[in-house]
Design a protein around this ligand. Structure first.
Ligand code: NDP
Length: 477
């Protein structure tokens, strides 16, 4: 497969989507019959192909959505960590295991296993077109499902590349398929008879997906938008926090669900933090060249959103201390830092998805926690300070990194996902595997119960014994 063979224009019809799901149904039965080890071997070979051709895949990412090649390589490296975790751990997490029975059910051997749902529809965004969908694709597949994947129309080639690479190691059946096109293809996938939708994208689209899936009671995983904050306490490492804020806000041109868009800094270190952050951010330039650290804003419409947020902040008294409206040229937005921005400004309340951040002075960590928790979004957060864990414990967010940025998304054992407007359900880790399964409980009677309860042969003496047991087991509390 070469990059030039990839078709980036096809708009799949509703019939094509429905047929893909039908084909996936047959494929899912075959795939689910394989053992965990057999599936793991295929997933490992897929991983090998992605790793060996990572540079080619990074080129495809760059062409699709403009991310610099080294950042695409980093994304691939992180995605592979999760892929190997899923294939290695699927049996342990999902395979049948015995559980204890109780006094009343002492004659039963009880067990639970997590079975594949069947066919998963995965709808992905363009901003991390390898890392993000693989969180759903690899975990669905490792759990024994077939998948029909609808990539973003801004990253169709990456989706096709991944699916074709998979077909090289699983040529027998279309266990992983791709359907390309605009949002209407995603809408069709919701109605095509899948057993679950794994959605990653904006909160607004997530609501549409949920509404479409409600009609058939199709479950959904919602990985939606964020408005993540970084908090710096008076005793935190100012240099490390500035470095994390700059990377968190600017990398991928700020087009990161977990990007740092708001920073709350203790007044004692505020001025020092501002100086350090401006110095570091001023070294980052957005442009098309290999020397440019960040690329373009991928979706043309997003530039208008970024403009609106900066404009709104300034009109409400905010001050631009780096970048700003004048630094926007076409699809390129230079790093923009704003201070004194009121908390009800768009730049604080809505996802900007650009290389911008607001920095706000706080008098205490109580104030910082209150302001961070005021957002309906609750995906991730970073805290720098000696009591960072205690501060992070008070934040409402799906993940928190203390004295670093976003590391909870990189540890393969940890689940990733949000709360509130950031969605629900989890990718990665054990929760990420279970997300694409259903729990199946089983009991096997080992001997006849000395207390036959569920029968009309039950005697008055047994009824009396039940009363005694209720008091003995629960009445002392
Ligand atoms: P969108 O919500 O615009 O699109 C996401 C996906 O949904 C795309 O494939 C899109 O197709 C598709 N889609 C559009 N309309 C519909 C519809 N009516 N029914 C079904 N599917 C539809 O998000 P973006 O692609 O712009 O991605 C950026 C967003 O994703 C940000 O909000 C970001 O925070 C979030 N995100 C969240 C992550 C998380 O882990 N929580 C990770 C990464 C991103 P098309 O593109 O062709 O229109």
């Amino acid at each position: 497969m070469t990059v030039t063979e990839i078709d980036t224009t096809t708009q799949a019809s509703d019939d094509t989507v429905t047929q893909a799901v039908r084909d996936a149904r047959t494929a899912s039965e075959w795939w689910a019959e394989l053992t965990f080890e057999q599936r793991a071997r295929r997933l490992d070979r897929w991983r090998g192909i992605i790793a060996r051709r990572a540079s080619e895949l990074a080129d495809v990412v760059h062409r699709d959505m403009g991310k610099p090649h080294p950042d695409a390589m980093l994304e691939i490296a992180m995605a592979l960590e999760h892929l190997v975790w899923a294939s290695k751990n699927a049996r342990n997490v999902l395979g049948r295991r015995s559980v204890r029975s109780s006094l009343l059910t002492v004659n039963q051997a009880a067990s639970v296993e997590y079975r594949p749902l069947g066919v998963i529809g995965v709808i992905g965004p363009w901003n991390y077109p390898v890392f993000t969908p693989l969180g759903s694709l690899s975990f669905s597949l490792a759990a024994g499902n077939a998948v029909v994947y609808k990539p973003s129309e801004f990253a169709p080639a990456v989706g096709q590349w991944l699916v074709r690479a998979f077909a090289e190691v699983v040529p027998e059946h279309p266990v992983l398929q791709v359907v390309t096109g605009d949002g209407s293809v995603g809408a069709a996938l919701c109605l095509a008879g899948v057993d679950k939708i794994g959605f990653t994208g904006s909160t607004a689209t997530g609501k549409k997906v949920m509404a479409a899936c409600a009609g058939t009671l199709t479950p959904v995983l919602m990985e939606c938008g964020g408005k993540d904050a970084l908090i710096l306490d008076a005793d935190g490492d100012v240099g490390a926090a500035a470095d994390a804020a700059v990377w968190g806000a600017l990398s991928n041109s700020g087009q990161t669900c977990l990007g740092v868009e708001r920073v709350y800094v203790h007044e004692q270190v505020y001025d020092e933090f501002i100086d350090k952050t401006i110095t570091l951010a001023a070294r980052v330039h957005a442009g098309p060249g290999v020397e440019d650290k960040i690329g373009p804003i991928t979706m043309p419409s997003q530039v208008a959103v970024i403009r609106r947020h900066i404009d709104d902040a300034v009109s409400r008294g905010g001050r631009v201390v780096l970048g700003g409206l004048g630094s926007i040229s076409g699809q390129y937005v230079q790093p923009t830092i704003m201070v004194d921005v009121p908390e009800d400004s768009l730049a604080v309340t809505e996802e900007t998805f650009g290389p911008t951040m607001t920095i706000t002075k706080v008098a205490s960590m109580d104030e910082a926690v209150e302001l961070v928790n005021a957002s309906p979004y609750a995906l991730g957060a970073s805290v720098f300070g000696k009591d960072g864990v205690a501060v992070a414990d008070r934040l409402r967010s799906g993940g928190a990194s203390v004295n670093s940025y976003v590391m909870y998304a990189a540890v393969p054992n940890l689940p990733l996902g949000g709360v509130g407007a950031s969605g629900f359900g989890r990718v990665h880790g054990p929760d990420g595997l279970k997300e694409f399964t259903y729990a199946r409980s089983m009991t096997r009677q080992r001997f006849r119960s000395p207390l036959p309860l569920t029968t009309f042969r039950r005697t008055a003496r047994i009824d009396w014994l039940v009363k005694v047991l209720i008091r003995a087991l629960h009445g002392r509390h």
